[in-house]
Design a protein around this ligand. Structure first.
Ligand code: CTP
Length: 413
């Protein structure tokens, strides 16, 4: 579960900081990469040397250290990890997080973070029970930060009550839980096609289309975000390609089909590419010259239907999702594609003049399945991708449940 995950541990100033050394060791044993930010107070309880030796990474302490800023920077530090864990989360660190203060490296990283944050409070029982701390706790949990502990017991100050930091194994269990919930598609493989194809006419010209690849890229990224191992087969696009997915770049429909076949087996396949329907039957070996005479006539041959080939082939993924780009009779045509191409779902979109779908950032789509048609409101391609990936995760999860209970294996809805 933790293998390959990157965790940023923010070590606050409390006697419980010593538990972080064991926590780092246990995270590393499970294959997680650990980077640490040590607050000034934290460094009074554990040394940078011990933290750095166990994490096998540089320890970050000072917001204004030029080396730290040049090498990593407080923004990048929070961007390169899957999770931030604050332990011990002192009353002071909780207050800073709740109120958005950023006066040292730890609080600045926390304010700049755009990844999930967990925190393990540790403090004296009266500090924990103080209305200020409880209000900060409520604010942080309301914002979606996850709290681990604290537990009840004897405290280093001699008092008894709530405020003891969770044990390293409890923190590991909470982190594993977090990743299992956040990664419902972990262990599943997904194939996504994206972008246009370019069918060569001669060495310098091609037949192409206006697809930007944005929708397919966003879907690949959203599936990877849910834990799937994703292969993205992409035609030539200018937009940047998603991180954390395997990328196979192709030019033509024939190459895209070969790449898709090579990427199998997969549990999920989403065909978002705008594949050219035709190729030029015989590509000219040299640039066609104007001086050659009359404008050339192009003789076209039909391209393979990649979606149909994969959906009817021996290694058919469990869930096959196609797109339908239409300018007329949107739902009717999409419903025909659903059955003719052997899809479980078709995402239908109107690409008519004025729709601005090809190359644009927003879309209005309809999810067409055997169960009916669902119209989604206009939203960004990223949001469509997230919604579709969530729907895929629900369906794959339900299907696994049926299979593990020995029931019939369902496909699609
Ligand atoms: N598709 C494919 N291979 C092709 C053509 C299309 O894999 N040679 C896939 C697309 O990626 C999409 C779906 O089939 O998921 C429908 O594509 P679309 O362009 O809407 O339809 P076409 O099959 O090309 O049919 P038409 O152009 O006649 O609408």
């Amino acid at each position: 579960m933790l293998n390959g995950k990157q965790v940023l541990l923010v070590i606050g100033g409390g006697i419980a900081a010593y538990k972080c050394l064991d926590l780092i060791r246990r995270l590393r044993e499970r294959g997680a990469g650990v980077q640490c930010v040590l607050t000034r107070a934290g460094a009074k309880f554990v040394t940078p040397l011990s933290v750095g030796s166990l994490s096998e990474n540089k320890v970050y302490e000072d917001l204004f250290s030029l080396t730290d800023e040049a090498e990593m920077g407080h923004i990048r530090l929070s961007r390169e990890v899957d999770l931030i864990l604050v332990a011990p989360a002192t009353a002071d660190l909780m207050a800073k997080m709740a109120h958005g203060l950023a006066d040292d490296l730890a609080s600045t990283v926390l304010l700049a973070a755009n990844c999930p944050i967990m925190f393990a409070p540790a403090m004296n029982v009266a500090m924990w029970q103080n209305a200020a701390t409880q209000e900060n706790l409520a604010t942080l949990t309301l914002r979606g930060l996850k709290v681990i502990g604290p537990s009840e017991g004897d405290m280093a100050c001699g008092e008894f009550g709530f405020g003891r930091m969770a044990e390293p194994l409890e923190m590991i269990a909470a982190i594993e839980d977090h990743f299992s919930v956040a990664a419902p598609l972990s262990g599943h493989r997904a194939l996504v096609t994206s972008g246009p194809t370019h069918e060569p006419i001669d060495p310098v010209r091609f037949i192409g289309n206006r697809s930007s690849g944005r929708q397919g890229n966003a879907i690949a990224s959203a599936l990877a975000g849910l834990g799937a191992r994703v292969t993205l087969v992409t035609g030539p696009v200018g937009s940047s390609l998603p991180k954390g997915v395997e990328i196979m770049r192709v030019e033509t429909a024939a190459q895209m089909l070969a790449a898709c076949e090579a990427a199998l087996p997969a549990d999920i396949a989403v065909f978002a590419a705008a594949v050219g329907d035709w190729q030029v039957k015989t590509m000219a070996a040299h640039k066609i010259k104007k001086a050659d005479g009359e404008p050339p006539s192009l003789v076209l041959a039909e391209n393979p239907d990649i979606l149909k080939t994969i959906a009817s082939g021996p290694g058919r993924p469990d869930l096959v999702v196609g797109f339908a780009a239409e300018t007329t009779r949107l739902i009717d045509n999409a419903t025909i594609k659903l059955t003719e191409k052997g899809c479980d779902w078709v995402v239908a979109n109107d690409v008519g003049p004025g729709s601005d779908v090809f190359g644009g950032t927003e879309n209005t789509v309809h999810l067409v399945t055997a169960a009916g048609v669902e119209t989604w409101p206009k939203m960004s391609k990223q949001d469509i991708a997230r919604k579709l990936a969530g729907r895929i995760a629900e369906t794959i999860g339900a299907k696994n449940m049926v299979t593990s209970l020995g029931g019939e294996k369902e496909v699609g809805q």
